[in-house]
Design a protein around this ligand. Structure first.
Ligand code: IPM
Ligand code: MN
Length: 359
């Protein structure tokens, strides 16, 4: 039977709890679909800092590089906030994205009918929303140089650089155009070209590429307007293409269309090598170790790993169907709770998902 090597990075906060649920489901779905998964659990983030002093130990990075796919839960905790930036958990994640060349971050936002009333937005606004944020992940202001902090003449100045090369824009734009072709054919590129030079280059490159994709209807939107349009009329969007920082912000906003950030998975892909699959939410230290976390974004990230990373489409669909069924049956974690539903903790939600997968 086909066997895949998966590096698991449970990380911090609620990470280990939601990873445990994902692992149970992956075991069940792989055996029912005729393939096997071999896991290699590695420390990354705060747990790695505690164990080794660094957020991304070399041994973890090597285990990721040689895997067929990497599944990450969440990293970060306020206890590391006072460390120098390069020693914080977040730097481990940024280092991993960069070292694996994961320039394309795909964040699908699809409204699950059972959750339509869990959103803070009106039903008629979010009904039928099905969009994909394509976020550039290894460039832009997250990685630009120079950056730093200097003191001069009694004042402190800190700075980062928002920069892109033309070819960095082209390779992420290509991912977005291809996705648009496979979906509804609509692509909206989000920038701040009315103010930023880097955005003007972004817009020029994307516009030039449109000539290769006559079937795609390309539009451009300034990021401030896009933020507004996302809550005003999200159905206008299909594929949203944007840079690292804008994508970070817009994807959290888009997540709320679905009722909870606890529902959204993501895939980070490079031009070759293993992909990294992770929920878009964080490590939620406030509810860690209380069995309260919503494991569904984690499970849906495992599904994305199966589909996009391992080409195991049927198994991926089985996981997604299990999530739909459990929600349709009225089971909710606290973040999604509404009247008439049954509230479950993380572990109990995992049990329901397993049962739904089997039945
Ligand atoms: C995300 C997170 C990360 C980011 C942090 C943890 C570095 O917010 O994946 O969206 O900003 O990219
Ligand atoms: Mn984010």
């Amino acid at each position: 039977t086909t066997s895949y090597r998966i590096t698991l990075l449970p990380g911090d906060g609620i990470g280990p709890e939601i990873m445990a649920v994902a692992r149970q489901l992956l075991d069940a779905v792989s055996s029912s679909h005729g393939f096997s998964l071999v896991y290699d659990v590695q420390p990354m983030g705060g747990v790695a800092i505690d164990a080794t002093g660094e957020p991304l130990p070399n041994s973890t990075l090597e285990a990721c590089k040689t895997a067929d796919a990497v599944l990450l839960a969440a990293i970060g905790s306020p206890q590391y906030d006072s460390l120098p930036r390069e020693q914080r958990p977040e730097s481990g994640l940024l280092g991993l994205r960069s070292a694996l060349g994961l320039f394309a971050n795909l964040r699908p936002v699809k409204i699950i009918p059972a959750l339509i009333d869990a959103s803070t937005l009106k039903r008629e606004v979010i009904e039928g929303v099905d969009l994909m944020v394509v976020r550039e992940l290894t460039g832009g202001v997250y990685f630009g140089t120079p950056k730093g902090r200097v003191e001069a003449e009694g004042r402190v100045r800190a700075f980062n650089t928002m920069a892109y090369f033309d070819d960095e824009i082209d390779r992420i734009a290509k991912v977005a155009f291809e996705l648009a072709v496979a979906r509804s054919g609509r692509l909206c590129s989000v920038d701040k070209a009315n103010v930023l030079d880097v955005s003007q280059l972004w817009r020029d490159q994307v516009t030039a590429m449109a000539a290769d994709y006559p079937a795609v209807e390309l539009s451009h939107m300034y990021v401030d307007n896009a933020a507004m349009q996302l809550v005003r009329n999200p159905r206008q969007f299909d594929v949203l293409l944007t840079s690292n920082l804008f994508g970070d912000i817009l994807s959290d906003e888009a997540a709320m269309l679905s009722g909870s950030i606890g529902m959204l998975p993501s895939a980070s892909l490079g031009s070759s090598g293993p992909g990294l699959f992770e929920p878009i939410h964080g490590s939620a230290p406030d509810i860690a170790r209380q069995d309260k976390a919503n494991p569904m974004a984690m499970v849906l990230s495992a599904a994305m790993m199966l589909r996009v990373g391992l080409q195991q489409d049927a198994a991926a669909t089985a996981l997604e169907t299990a999530v739909d069924r459990v929600l349709a049956a009225g089971y909710r974690t606290g973040d999604l709770m509404s009247e008439g539903c049954t509230q479950l903790g993380c572990r109990a939600m995992g049990e329901q998902l397993l049962a739904a997968l089997a039945g």
